[in-house]
Design a protein around this ligand. Structure first.
Ligand SMILES: *[C@@H]1O[C@H](CO)[C@@H](O)[C@H](O)[C@H]1NC(C)=O
Ligand SMILES: *[C@@H]1O[C@H](CO)[C@@H](O)[C@H](O)[C@H]1NC(C)=O
Ligand SMILES: *[C@@H]1O[C@H](CO)[C@@H](O)[C@H](O)[C@H]1NC(C)=O
Length: 240
């Protein structure tokens, strides 16, 4: 347990660069920043983020034909700009004279640059999903976590029905019946290691207090549900 927490903490402190492959979607509904965030986390994966020049280019390709300003997953907390999901934003393409002291960012569509604004404004927005990759090698849960964080972005969290369905379609080709996902039982609850809220299918699908050696989550490709498994078991795993 102690080792696990240390590993999780160390990896988060170093804040490895994101390299997940993202698909962006323009959502033509007017919402406040918070409602947009909830919508994306319920139906996609998150509000759109783009942390590198390459990611930004991909994002702008999706935005090229849109005509209205749209929220993205970037906000300021205690004076620090962060990408949705929590990473500190070190590279932000602000428009000239921006930011001007508000706390939530949107894409100013006429110039394809970011502006900041108060969260209560209603705007259209961009959601994203991540592409999942099944690793056809077997690792313990922590081994899988380290591998994904080193070679991809993270061990996959299935924060929406869409992600769950997508994950199920991906793992049909796995070499093991169970496949590790980013689900962990610590401090008396199950949580996604990327910080997303757990949905009812996770919360109520399984015993609330699993045996001490059954505290890592895996998808069962035969029954299409998740199950608590022994963290030391060597299984294929799903990264994004
Ligand atoms: C943008 O519009 C052009 C011209 O209609 C089209 O060829 C292109 O595929 C569109 N791009 C996106 C990302 O929808
Ligand atoms: C945004 O939309 C909501 C719901 O339609 C509305 O209650 C709210 O007043 C709007 N906010 C602004 C700043 O227009
Ligand atoms: C997700 O799927 C479950 C079961 O099919 C359903 O009850 C729930 O309403 C869905 N959630 C959303 C946000 O669509």
């Amino acid at each position: 347990m102690k080792t696990t927490l240390t590993v999780l903490l160390i990896i988060q402190l170093y804040g490895l660069a994101s390299c997940a492959i993202k698909q962006h979607y323009f959502i033509d509904q007017m919402k406040t920043w918070n409602d947009a965030l909830n919508h994306c986390r319920t139906f996609y994966h998150d509000l759109s983020t783009f942390t590198s020049a390459t990611e930004e280019k991909r994002f702008l390709q999706e935005a090229v034909n849109q005509t209205s300003d749209a929220w993205v997953g970037l906000y300021k907390e205690s004076g620090i700009w962060r990408w949705s999901g929590g990473d500190v934003a070190t590279r932000i393409s602000w428009d000239t004279t921006q930011p001007d002291n508000d706390n939530f960012a949107f894409l100013k569509i006429s110039v394809k640059k970011l502006h900041d604004r108060v969260r209560a404004d209603n705007r259209t927005f961009f959601c994203m999903t991540f592409e999942f990759v099944v690793m056809q090698q077997s690792e313990s849960w922590e081994g899988a976590l380290e591998y994904c964080r080193h070679h991809h972005d993270d061990l996959a969290s299935l924060s929406s029905n869409r992600s769950k369905e997508y994950a199920l379609s991906k793992i049909t080709g796995a070499g093991t019946q169970y496949v590790w996902i980013g689900l962990r039982f610590l401090a008396e609850q199950w949580f996604w290691i990327s910080g997303y809220e757990v949905q009812d299918w996770v919360k109520y699908g399984q015993p609330q207090c699993p045996a001490t050696n059954q505290r890592c989550g895996a998808m069962n490709k035969n029954t299409q549900t998740w199950a608590p498994r022994d963290c030391e078991e060597k299984l294929n795993f799903l990264c994004f």
